[in-house]
Write a protein that binds this ligand. Structure first.
Ligand code: S3P
Length: 416
């Protein structure tokens, strides 16, 4: 089935989380224009409210955060399904006097937290964790000292947790990553008045800088845009315009991958908004060919690999994905989930420890697919059903609400 028309996907999840958290730390009012209202974001709204921050979300289009002094939370903070909430808020809790407890749903309780516990402890926080490395965490905030820390994985959540703790710390905090992860935290701190030094994969921040609240416009989420984009790119005769997408270079690796696969994609009308680059994306359908995704490219496409695997299923040849072990610790093990789903539909695919081999073009049949409660797995297989013109029964459709409420309706409206 083809897709045709014009779409403005919901606001960016990473930037909406940060506007709430960093807005809470800024003096005065931050206005969040066109926020993403999704389950993950509501977890962050609740978290900052627990810290005594006044957040008004009554108006769908403009949220208001009255930033300033955070205090010991009045109850347990529940991050739900959201790794970004859990990890970034823990960076803030590290300097809040008193005891904070943070937990999450059954998926988040399985995800690794040692990656933030280690640097935040080095900075002076006291953190206890279930089994030494899982939620719930009990954080005793302390006066922090800046550190120089080299992360083992390229993770924007880890980098951001350290930078947010570093903002409250005495002295200089430096984070060095093995590859560059998304840089929205750095951009937003700068936009709200902090001065940071950025040199490749290294970020340096002086502690105790003052931030001032401002208007933050939220662009369309490139990760959400990738689903209709792949549908359009992989079906002959499709033509789609996706409006106001964040085209921050750390987020649009999937466009480079799709172009390598032969896709017809153009970015037009580029401009800057609230410290981020945005543009419109024009996609036309064509036959795709296989590619290799590996190395330093992986952090920039990590959330898009499920939907890029769908593109690969229709491409001519063998697509290889390597160096993507981080997929195993996302909302679910996304290597296992993609491989199991493709196999259930008759696809030819092999899992590797840190990746997969996808043998296209696949001749797929209708069937049942398990989402493992993961929004991106659900959306990827829904798109696959449209491109392949088969019926797929997903065991959980509601999970898309963590990042893209209204996804199915929006996609049906564009079906041609
Ligand atoms: C995010 C960072 C990424 C990404 C996640 C959102 C963020 O995780 O997968 O969906 O907003 O910082 P890691 O930083 O753990 O790779």
């Amino acid at each position: 089935m083809r897709i045709k028309g014009d779409i403005r996907p919901p606001g960016d999840k990473s930037i909406t989380h940060r506007s709430l958290i960093i807005g809470s730390l800024a003096h005065g009012e931050t206005l969040i224009i066109r926020p993403l209202r999704s389950k993950d974001i509501l977890s962050t709204v609740n978290a900052v409210q627990r810290l005594g921050i006044d957040v008004n979300t009554n108006n769908e289009e403009i949220w208001k955060v009255h930033g300033g002094r955070t205090r010991e939370p009045d109850d347990v903070i529940d991050a739900g399904n959201s790794g970004t909430t859990a990890r970034l808020i823990t960076g803030v809790l590290a300097s809040i006097e008193g005891v904070s407890i943070i937990t999450g749903d059954s998926s988040l309780k399985k995800r690794p937290m040692a990656r933030i516990i280690e640097p935040l402890t080095l900075m002076g926080a006291s953190i206890m964790a279930r089994g030494g490395r899982f939620l719930p965490l009990a954080v005793k905030g302390n006066r922090l000292k800046g550190v120089s820390y080299s992360t083992k994985v390229a993770s924007a959540q880890v980098k951001s947790a350290i930078l947010l703790a570093g903002l409250a710390a005495e002295g200089i905090t430096e984070v060095i990553e093995p590859a560059k992860s998304r840089d929205h935290t750095e951009r937003m701190l700068t936009y709200l008045g902090a001065s940071l030094k950025i040199d490749g994969n290294r970020v340096v921040l002086k502690g105790q800088q003052r931030l001032s609240g401002r208007e933050i416009h939220i662009p369309s989420d490139p990760s959400s845009s990738a689903f209709p984009a792949v549908w359009a790119a992989a079906t002959d005769g499709s033509e789609l315009i996706i409006r106001d997408i964040c085209i921050n270079p750390t987020r649009i690796g999937f466009i480079d991958v799709l172009k390598r696969m032969g896709a017809d994609i153009k970015i037009v009308n580029t401009r800057y908004s609230s410290g981020e680059k945005i543009g419109d994306m024009v996609v036309k359908g064509r036959r795709l060919r296989s590619t290799v995704m590996e190395g330093v490219e992986i952090p920039g496409i990590i959330d898009e690999i499920p939907i890029l695997s769908v593109a690969a299923a229709f491409a001519d040849g063998e697509t290889i994905i390597r160096d993507a072990g981080e997929l195993r610790v996302k909302e679910t093990d996304r290597i296992a989930a993609v491989v199991e789903g493709l196999k259930a539909l008759g696809g030819n695919v092999d899992a590797m420890e840190e990746g997969m081999i996808i043998k296209g073009p696949m001749r797929l049949h209708s069937g049942n697919v398990k989402t493992f409660g993961d929004h991106r797995i659900a959306m990827a297989f829904y798109i696959l059903s449209k491109v392949a013109d088969i019926d797929i029964n997903l065991d959980d459709m509601e999970c898309v609400d963590v990042s893209y409420p209204g996804f199915f309706k929006a996609m049906e409206a564009l079906s041609d």
